[in-house]
Design a protein around this ligand. Structure first.
Ligand SMILES: Cc1cc2nc3c(=O)[nH]c(=O)nc-3n(C[C@H](O)[C@H](O)[C@H](O)COP(=O)(O)OP(=O)(O)OC[C@H]3O[C@@H](n4cnc5c(N)ncnc54)[C@H](O)[C@@H]3O)c2cc1C
Length: 372
């Protein structure tokens, strides 16, 4: 397909032992996604794969050349490593059964271009980028890729948008994948340094707090933007998610009441584009009636007020998150990201500009002015 890989950044070799066992005698009362194992035989992590069925992954990095030889060149007694990690002889570990063992090189890889020269193949997921699992972003990033690409393919195939729309896929997704790659690499290097340190368990536990962005990353998961300002990162704060309805960001969740049903603002764009507007935005309803599709996909308008007959904001969350002024509308894409904030002074023209903007990466429409 002519898709060329960029040079990989190897970050060390690991031994993974995937096994089944009832570890409840050791984990009951201290259930966790991840257990650090630090003793004379094993320095690594025990990952909870499925606590109900009792499935685990013992992941041991080779931290020294000697460990490289021990784990990858000689005969390894994998049961003995499990015994050492659990701190019990194999007879005492009920149901112990090794499913698979593999060694692998951790690192990041990428593609020079995510689209083949003939334009017919677009790469997503691990085909486009891989990075260390430290942070757990590989599959998340791949799913986000698919989410971003699916509606664009539909729009182009239905003839509602020019093929150039597909170029926005890599333009938007590559910076996010690259951010996640760099962040996962930093996590991997810090984790390795932690496992190599001589810290005793108490000191080790205290140090974990310094690694918060490795394990607590709501800002990275939900807060990335497809429209960072000049020189700005796609993620401003890895740990804290601050919802904002500015263009490029994920349209914030706020509870709404629709004829007695509790729905989320994020439900409104599930099947197409949605224009979210306030009490003064009734014109948008008319525009959506006249134009039931936008870029070939369904377009709906939602007038959200505090006391409307159909769609009511529950509490002040919608007003706070969307901060709509006058006739302004927030145009949300089918992947839940904000395409544009439209002032509502010339709605039809503003919609056309929003389409041009994503296809051509063109200018941002003017923001609504403060009411004078
Ligand atoms: C130890 C470890 C822990 C991880 N933990 C996390 C985590 O906590 N969270 C997270 O988000 N991600 C995690 N990941 C990353 C995640 O597993 C991957 O990013 C994800 O599986 C990639 O999905 P994918 O569909 O892009 O590719 P794959 O899962 O690789 O799927 C590609 C599929 O295509 C098939 N295939 C290949 N060639 C062909 C062909 N020619 N014809 C037909 N089929 C073909 C393959 O067999 C495979 O089934 C982890 C990875 C590792 C190694």
């Amino acid at each position: 397909m002519g898709l060329r890989r960029t040079a990989a950044t190897p970050l060390g070799r690991l031994l993974d032992i995937h096994f089944g066992a009832d570890l409840s005698p050791w984990t009951a009362g201290r259930e966790s996604a991840l257990y650090w194992v630090l003793n004379d035989t094993v320095r690594g992590v025990l990952v909870t794969v499925d606590p109900v069925r009792g499935e685990w992954l013992l992941e041991i990095p080779a931290l020294t050349p000697e460990e490289e030889r021990t784990y990858f060149e000689g005969e390894v007694d994998h049961h003995r490593l499990i015994e050492a990690a659990i701190g019990a002889p194999r007879e005492a570990i009920e149901g112990l059964r090794i499913h698979s063992v593999r060694n692998w090189v951790m690192g990041s890889t990428g593609l020079e271009s995510w689209r083949s020269a003939d334009g017919r193949v677009l790469a997503a997921g691990d085909a486009a980028h891989t990075f260390p699992p430290t942070g757990g972003f590989g599959m998340n990033t791949g799913i986000q890729d698919a989410h971003n690409l699916a509606w664009k393919l539909a729009a182009v195939l239905r003839g509602g948008a020019p093929e150039a729309l597909l170029d926005s896929y890599e333009r938007e997704r590559r910076p996010v994948a690259e951010f996640n790659a760099r962040h996962s690499e930093v996590n991997a290097l810090q984790k390795r340094a932690l496992l190599q340190s001589d810290a005793d368990p108490q000191e080790f536990a205290r140090t974990i707090e310094d690694h918060r962005p490795h394990f607590d990353f709501e800002g990275q998961t939900l807060g990335f933007t497809y429209e960072p300002g000049p020189g700005e990162s796609v993620v401003q704060d890895v740990v804290t998610y601050r919802p904002t309805a500015e263009a490029g960001h994920r349209a914030p969740h706020a509870w709404l009441d629709r004829a007695g049903d509790r729905i989320s603002t994020t439900d409104l764009s599930r099947t197409g584009f949605a224009l979210l507007t306030g009490a003064e935005g009734a014109d948008w309803e008319q525009v959506a009636k006249e134009n039931p599709t936008f870029m070939g996909l369904p377009l709906t308008a939602a007038v959200i007020t505090t006391d409307g007959p159909e769609l009511r904001a529950v509490g002040g969350a919608f007003a706070d998150a969307y901060a709509l002024k006058g006739t302004e509308a927030v145009l949300v894409r089918p992947d839940g990201h904000v395409l544009a904030r439209l002032p509502g002074t010339a709605p039809r023209r503003e919609l056309g500009q929003a389409a041009d903007r994503i296809v051509n990466g063109g200018p941002v429409p003017a923001r609504a002015q403060e009411p004078s």
